[in-house]
Design a binder for this molecule. Structure first.
Ligand SMILES: [Zn+2]
Length: 370
């Protein structure tokens, strides 16, 4: 979770977060509904009625945005991609799916699931609008109509074919399937995304000067947001292309220290850490690797324990370690470092540690190559 957000609970194992910037858009939507939309449709309503209807409608709208993101997220989970969180923020919702899909088919399914959810919601709200008896339920029917319309608009907007919008991802999966080259596909849809973002900024400015001040500004803002998102994604793609050539084997450090399983923390420190200034030690027995000791984690341990506890007792066993293979790409390495939030990872081949790779070395390398 980023600093500017807080969690309101979990759905399907996914943390649902609210970014502080979301309150701004929530107030804006509520204010425009309560201050202008409802008073124009129902002039007889009291201020309190308009405000209540505005708040309810606005909350249901953002619940719809959340449902859209859940559509993406649950499809991702079903295809084996873990989803950490969904965050509602000023420009809508964002599902943080931990990995990029490995096949074009999965990419297609995840991308289309959001807009399909929005269209389904649109149909449900419009059905409500037609089914609710008039005039007793006119207020509720109006809310349902507005929600139906905005859900359909949400689906259509997201289906615009530029990355990183859903439509861009759908198009990317098709170009990827046909051309068999995901990097090239991303480059294409990122460029389309940039064109769409410029068109939105231009249209926004025109609307602004035509007197549609707020809508114009808003459209221009979303265009600007999309623009930075699409150039970010194409930067990432070119970095990926550069890094494809390198594997973990080229960066890993094979000059690590092996220690016997029975020695105490004190001996470990005095005999190995102090002179070498290393913080990771490999615990071995004969030719077998048993686990890894992270000295940084032991510094806080009570000094009395230092002479009692052995390496085996304080190590992380090999079976519980997240590790990389020597053949793994550097992008995979970077992802694992970010997921595990550690500064060293073991490199394992055939259940045996063959090296260590450090986050600092990886970042240094990326800075030199990117
Ligand atoms: Zn979406």
């Amino acid at each position: 979770m980023s600093k500017g957000s807080f969690s309101i609970g979990k759905l399907s194992g996914i943390s649902i977060n609210i970014d502080y910037s979301w309150f701004f858009i929530f107030l804006l939507v509520t204010w425009s509904l309560a201050g202008s939309y409802f008073p124009s449709v129902f002039p007889e309503w009291s201020l309190l009625q308009s405000i209540s209807a505005g708040i309810i409608t606005s909350l249901l709208f953002f619940a719809s945005v959340l449902a859209h993101e859940l559509g993406h997220s649950i499809t991702a989970q079903r295809n084996g991609l873990p989803v950490k969180s969904i965050t509602l923020f000023i420009f809508g919702g964002l599902a943080s799916i931990s990995r990029e899909p490995e096949s074009s088919g999965v990419e297609f399914k995840i991308a289309i699931a959001g807009p399909l959810t929005s269209i389904a919601l649109g149909i449900v709200f419009w059905a409500l609008y037609f089914l609710l008896p008039s005039p007793r339920f006119d207020g509720v029917a109006e809310i349902a109509f507005w929600l139906g319309l905005t859900n359909v608009i949400l689906a259509v907007f997201n289906l615009l074919p530029g990355f990183p919008l859903d439509g861009g991802r759908v198009l990317r999966s098709i170009i990827w399937k046909v051309g068999k080259n995901p990097q090239k596909a991303t480059k294409w849809v990122s460029n389309i995304g940039r064109v769409i973002s410029y068109l939105m900024i231009a249209t926004g400015i025109i609307l602004f000067f035509m007197g549609y001040t707020l809508n114009g500004l808003w459209l221009a803002f979303i265009g600007w947001f999309l623009n930075s998102a699409s150039s970010g994604s194409s930067r990432q793609v070119s970095l990926q292309q550069k890094l494809q050539k390198y594997s973990v084997a080229e960066l890993m450090n094979t000059n690590y220290i092996k220690i016997p399983a029975h020695i105490s923390i004190e001996e470990m420190y005095n005999e190995y850490i102090r002179q070498n200034k290393k913080s990771y030690l490999m615990v071995t027995s004969g030719s077998d690797t048993l686990g890894l000791v992270n000295m940084n984690l032991l510094r806080n341990l009570d000094k009395k324990q230092w002479s009692i506890k052995t390496a085996t007792e304080v190590m992380t066993p090999l079976g519980q370690l997240s590790y990389l293979t020597p053949e793994a790409g550097l992008i995979a390495a970077l992802q694992l470092f970010q997921e595990e939030k550690v500064d060293q990872l073991p490199v394992v081949r055939d259940r045996e540690i063959v090296g260590l790779i450090s986050y600092d070395d990886l970042v240094d390398f990326l800075n030199r190559k990117a």
